[in-house]
Write a protein that binds this ligand. Structure first.
Ligand SMILES: *[C@@H]1O[C@H](CO)[C@@H](O)[C@H](O)[C@H]1NC(C)=O
Ligand SMILES: *[C@@H]1O[C@H](CO)[C@@H](O)[C@H](O)[C@H]1NC(C)=O
Ligand SMILES: *[C@@H]1O[C@H](CO)[C@@H](O)[C@H](O)[C@H]1NC(C)=O
Ligand SMILES: *[C@@H]1O[C@H](CO)[C@@H](O)[C@H](O)[C@H]1NC(C)=O
Ligand SMILES: *[C@@H]1O[C@H](CO)[C@@H](O)[C@H](O)[C@H]1NC(C)=O
Ligand SMILES: *[C@@H]1O[C@H](CO)[C@@H](O)[C@H](O)[C@H]1NC(C)=O
Ligand SMILES: *[C@@H]1O[C@H](CO)[C@@H](O)[C@H](O)[C@H]1NC(C)=O
Ligand SMILES: *[C@@H]1O[C@H](CO)[C@@H](O)[C@H](O)[C@H]1NC(C)=O
Ligand SMILES: *[C@@H]1O[C@H](CO)[C@@H](O)[C@H](O)[C@H]1NC(C)=O
Ligand SMILES: *[C@@H]1O[C@H](CO)[C@@H](O)[C@H](O)[C@H]1NC(C)=O
Ligand SMILES: *[C@@H]1O[C@H](CO)[C@@H](O)[C@H](O)[C@H]1NC(C)=O
Ligand SMILES: *[C@@H]1O[C@H](CO)[C@@H](O)[C@H](O)[C@H]1NC(C)=O
Length: 434
């Protein structure tokens, strides 16, 4: 048996060094890696582009070396990545050559576009991407939004498509961004960003919220300018937003998500660009479990990030002054342990060094009709007894935040604190601060 499979691999390798991929007829094509450190990105793209290939398979247990940025239009095709696409650790190449996305000038290593396609990793936590994230995490130590880091997969201008049983381990930056897309289902996705640097005190004292292992900006998935996105059956271990909804995310359905480490569910950031109205509407999130790891705290279960109402500096770390409407969001069945602040709103957002305290009441983004149903868990005590902090701006008070079956406790030594500032029609909790 062993000899036969070895021969099969050998002959496949020989074949592919002549023609880049194997065509088996009926549209079925197989890509075998060149090996020996050679770049597979070209033959991978060629197989996807070939009209004779409608199902492209990268079998297990192969590892494919990706040394160049990818652009794939998978219209009408199925891509089975049962092996692993290992993105190279030539950081300088990626810093220089990654594609630009349409959000905050952020970059990506792979653009996936087209309609009516399937991307299949072959099983939970099996095939997919290895972003080779470690050198990126080490390089970014102590820095927020460090320029040059590419997202693992950018689903752009895509529709009616499916990502199934796919994994992204050690993403370079965000694992997924879905933008300008509609009717995309991402089902059974595993993301794990773990920093293996030795635990020593971070250079930047602000880093303490991540323990000493910096895994910032490793978001699981962000949605932007997209409609009808289904995110279900995910497990995400990281040090950033687990799932994040950004401007013009509408009709988003999220089900059965486990967030480990992570900052929980993020609504926003919104209001960063004065010329872009940020609409986030009809979002439903259900059946979520969240907990911290030894090195990475769980900063919250659900939080809202609103930029200040005036523009200070430029994106990605500066900005503000944009308006928006965040409306009709439901978060249901959340179970969590040791969340620093289970639910909170930031209306004073900026990452620039300029002191913007005076602008905290200027946010132009309206937040309304948000319901939290059946939240069970406890807070870590990092913010003493604070369980909910609805810190809204006087320019646009938030309204109609409803808590139903709220069962969240603070560590015993603290009285629970529910802070409501410029918040109207809040039900199900008793605002007791300031
Ligand atoms: C494959 O097609 C895309 C356009 O969909 C193009 O950008 C890319 O260069 C092509 N790659 C190869 C190797 O032919
Ligand atoms: C989707 O792709 C499949 C496989 O290529 C094809 O048979 C089908 O007609 C396509 N559907 C649409 C709506 O384009
Ligand atoms: C990256 O760009 C810099 C400046 O243009 C150049 O000196 C360097 O050779 C480039 N490196 C790679 C790997 O592309
Ligand atoms: C988006 O996809 C459509 C085809 O569905 C294409 O015509 C259009 O050029 C694409 N837009 C961009 C910005 O790539
Ligand atoms: C949404 O996409 C799926 C493929 O993932 C397709 O089967 C379905 O028909 C699409 N729905 C609509 C309304 O086009
Ligand atoms: C994530 O990866 C780390 C390090 O490899 C591992 O210890 C941890 O169990 C993984 N998490 C999950 C949820 O698989
Ligand atoms: C939730 O998702 C996990 C990970 O994909 C899966 O193992 C589990 O079966 C799912 N649970 C339900 C109830 O579908
Ligand atoms: C959202 O859509 C509105 C209306 O089409 C548009 O004016 C606004 O610029 C869009 N915002 C973003 C972030 O794309
Ligand atoms: C609120 O969003 C849900 C989907 O999460 C949708 O079914 C419902 O119709 C929306 N309600 C309004 C008033 O738009
Ligand atoms: C927690 O309480 C202590 C003692 O009252 C206070 O000094 C500290 O600022 C509080 N921390 C937070 C995050 O509220
Ligand atoms: C409070 O919220 C409920 C439910 O969203 C709504 O029906 C009601 O009109 C609101 N009351 C006020 C005073 O805004
Ligand atoms: C709240 O949660 C605790 C611990 O999870 C549980 O013992 C208690 O019965 C719950 N209370 C209600 C009212 O559901």
């Amino acid at each position: 048996m062993k000899l036969f499979s070895l021969l099969a691999v050998l002959s496949a390798t020989l074949t592919t060094s002549i023609s880049a991929y194997d065509v088996e007829g009926n549209g079925i094509c197989t890509v075998i890696p060149f090996g020996n450190g050679r770049d597979d990105s070209q033959q991978f793209e060629e197989a996807i582009n070939a009209t004779e290939c409608t199902t492209i398979t990268l079998p297990k247990p192969f590892t494919y070396s990706i040394q160049h940025r990818l652009y794939t239009d998978l219209t009408g095709k199925t891509l089975n990545v049962f092996g692993r696409l290992l993105f190279s650790d030539d950081l300088e190449y990626w810093i220089n050559n990654s594609w630009m996305t349409d959000f905050q000038n952020l970059l990506t290593a792979w653009i996936m576009t087209g309609s009516n396609w399937t991307l299949n990793g072959g099983g939970f936590a099996e095939g997919g991407i290895d972003g080779n994230g470690q050198p990126w995490y080490s390089r970014a130590r102590g820095v927020v939004n460090q320029p040059g880091r590419p997202m693992s997969l950018y689903i752009f201008n895509a529709s009616d498509s499916l990502v199934k049983d796919f994994s992204v381990v050690q993403p370079q930056f965000w694992a997924f961004l879905v933008s300008q897309s509609s009717n995309i289902t991402l089902d059974g996705v595993y993301v794990n960003a773990t920093n293996h640097d030795p635990s020593e005190p971070a250079a930047n004292p602000d880093a303490v919220f991540d323990g000493y292992n910096w895994v910032i900006n490793t978001d699981g998935i962000d949605t932007y300018r997209s409609d009808s996105i289904n995110i279900q059956n995910w497990v995400i271990q990281n040090g950033e937003d687990c799932v994040s909804f950004k401007g013009n995310s509408t009709n988003i359905n999220v089900r059965n998500i486990t967030c480990i480490g992570s900052r929980g569910f993020a609504v926003g950031s919104v209001g960063q660009y004065p010329d872009r109205f940020d609409n986030i509407q009809n979002v439903s999130v259900k059946d979520v479990v969240l907990y911290p790891t030894k090195n990475v705290s769980l900063t919250g279960a659900v939080y809202f990030k609103n930029w200040i109402g005036e523009q200070i500096g430029t994106p990605p770390n500066g900005g503000g002054g944009g308006a928006g409407d965040v409306k009709n969001l439901t978060f249901e069945n959340f179970e969590f342990r040791a969340a620093d602040q289970p639910v909170y709103i930031q209306t004073c957002l900026t990452y620039s060094d300029i002191d913007t305290t005076d602008l905290c009441n200027t946010s132009k983004v309206l937040m309304e009709d948000v319901t939290f149903i059946n939240f069970r868990g406890n807070s870590s005590g990092t913010y003493n007894g604070t369980l909910v902090d609805l810190n809204c701006s006087s320019a646009t008070p938030c309204r109609n935040f409803h808590f139903i079956d709220w069962n969240v406790t603070a560590p015993e030594q603290y009285d629970p604190v529910y802070s409501c500032i410029n918040a109207e029609n809040i039900t199900g909790i008793t605002c007791n601060s300031p």
